[in-house]
Design a protein around this ligand. Sequence first.
Ligand code: MLT
Length: 309
Amino acid sequence: MAPKVLVSDKLSDTAVQIFRDRGIDVDFRPDLGKDKAALAEVIDQYDGLAIRSATKVTAKLLDRATNLKVIGRAGIGTDNVDKDAASKKGVIVMNTPFGNMITTAEHAIAMMFAVARQIPEASASTHAGKWEKSRFMGVELTGKTLGVIGAGNIGGIVCDRARALKMKVMAYDPFLSEEKADQMGVQKVELDTLFAHADFLTLHVPYTEQTANILSRENIAKLKPGVRVINCARGGLVDEEALAEALKSGHVAGAAFDVFETEPATDSPLFNLPNVVVTPHLGAATTEAQENVALQVAEQMSDYLLTGA
Ligand code: MLT
């Protein structure tokens, strides 16, 4: 019998087509990602579950998933999957670490420009028929220091693009060797050095026990006055309340956030502050990236289900 896969989040048609072409019986039910009860009702029918970020794979859901062998996350972060519970049940969790890295890095760079030049506020004001030419004074990126926390796949691309913009780049990343940092043209530093020097600070680490609240109230107090903070990585890396206070006091000059402690974020201490640019977790939202991750997740899951590889 052909293995059965459920796609429970919005995923490009490419994924569905690949599963079919590989002889896998696939159900495309993006409505189930947000309907825990309905998903729990049907999950026992499937060998594979393909998701993005809306579906929450909890221990409770896994208890009902009696036939499940593989969970494929079309994207990078697997923080919506209880990986301990999955591994206890022998369910493989796979992601697609490369498919959306360029897109996410580009979003971080776009957010850096947006906050440096206050583009969203200037755009809203111009749309409103005001012509507030003197209100929106920006800063250049050239010659400024960018502090990158996490110089892996996405952070590494951000470093490369920032160097092309003639920024000085400092990176904090315990996994980055001095040799690799030299090749990348970045200065490997400790966190406190990065905090003291960065004019712009961008985060590119997953949310883990080690990185949770890495930009804590205490660390925000160490930031260089006038810094602009960009987070296109994960909510929970930054103390939003403390950052909002630092923005209000003027210690932090701006922030650009794509991710929030609670998502979907309908409220945040950062909302409605001047020079705070916010987007609804759009880091991976390009047609190219979504095609890439859909294709990769479908190929990987098919390989695993059909050959065990
Ligand atoms: C990811 O982890 O791949 C990104 O945050 C994108 C997403 O969750 O949609």
